[in-house]
Design a protein around this ligand. Structure first.
Ligand SMILES: Nc1ncnc2c1ncn2[C@@H]1O[C@H](COP(=O)(O)OP(=O)(O)OP(=O)(O)O)[C@@H](O)[C@H]1O
Ligand SMILES: [Mg+2]
Length: 223
């Protein structure tokens, strides 16, 4: 099976003289379910940002879905992003758009007809138990509801790679269970690779997963 993510001696930083990720060697294969944990401020979100080209590679190699992120043009980056679904730690919903239209966004970008977009949005909103809120706006929802909209949007275009930054951070046990089940189901039925940053790996996941622990800028493989 091919590698979806491959990092070799990867270093990431926001400032010239301050390395956030000091050493990352990691291999993620298609269909893997991967967790990264580490204390607050350890660089989990920073690493996730590098995977979709939000921050540049300072040094070393990073390959995602066959794209070399240490040297990538804007047009290639747009292509790469079509293969990725991201659930951001701060959701990044469009507040002026309805819940339904937010979920439709990746499909609109991909050029699907409005009928297909609406059908797919309804299906996903049903999965995250929010179909009844599809005509509401994000700011009319609770934090956990917004998080579930963000999840539905990330899955809308059946991405090859799903990056989830604290996807259950704001959710109660029941809603967290809904999210983990959804991610497992997408992995099983669509063959997606799931990459999650979290403080808490669910004890009831019931599948094999890889776990990397991020400590002082260095990745350690736990299992
Ligand atoms: N845009 C930025 N500019 C400069 N420094 C940043 C920026 N974003 C994050 N940092 C710094 O990078 C370090 C890692 O932050 P990051 O958000 O990756 O941590 P995290 O592991 O995701 O934490 P949390 O568990 O709280 O979400 C922190 O010290 C933070 O201050
Ligand atoms: Mg974070």
């Amino acid at each position: 099976m091919s590698n979806i993510i491959q990092a070799q001696d990867l270093i990431l930083s926001y400032k010239e003289d301050e390395f956030i990720i000091k050493k990352c060697n990691l291999e993620v294969k298609q269909n893997d379910f991967v967790f990264i944990t580490g204390k607050s401020g350890s660089g989990k979100s920073t690493f996730i940002k590098s995977l979709y080209g939000e921050i540049k590679v300072r040094s070393g190699n990073l390959n995602v879905c066959g794209f070399d992120l240490s040297d990538i043009s804007n047009s290639q980056l747009n292509l790469l992003r079509k293969h990725i679904g991201v659930i951001f730690q701060d959701y990044k919903l469009i507040n002026e758009w309805s819940v339904e239209k937010n979920v439709m966004l990746p499909l609109i970008i991909a050029g699907y007809s409005s009928q297909i977009c609406k059908q797919q949005a309804s299906k996903l909103l049903k999965h995250v138990k929010l179909l009844h809120k599809s005509q509401k706006f994000p700011l009319e929802l609770s934090g956990g509801e917004q998080q579930r909209v963000a999840m539905a949007r990330a899955l809308a275009h059946n991405p090859l790679l799903i990056l989830a930054d604290e996807p259950t951070g704001n959710l109660d046990d029941y809603s967290s269970e809904v999210i983990w089940n959804l991610l497992k189901s997408v992995r099983q039925h669509i063959g997606s690779t799931i990459f999650v940053a979290t403080h808490r790996i669910p004890s009831t996941l019931g599948i094999d997963y890889k776990h990397y622990f991020l400590d002082d800028g260095v990745f350690h493989e736990v299992s």
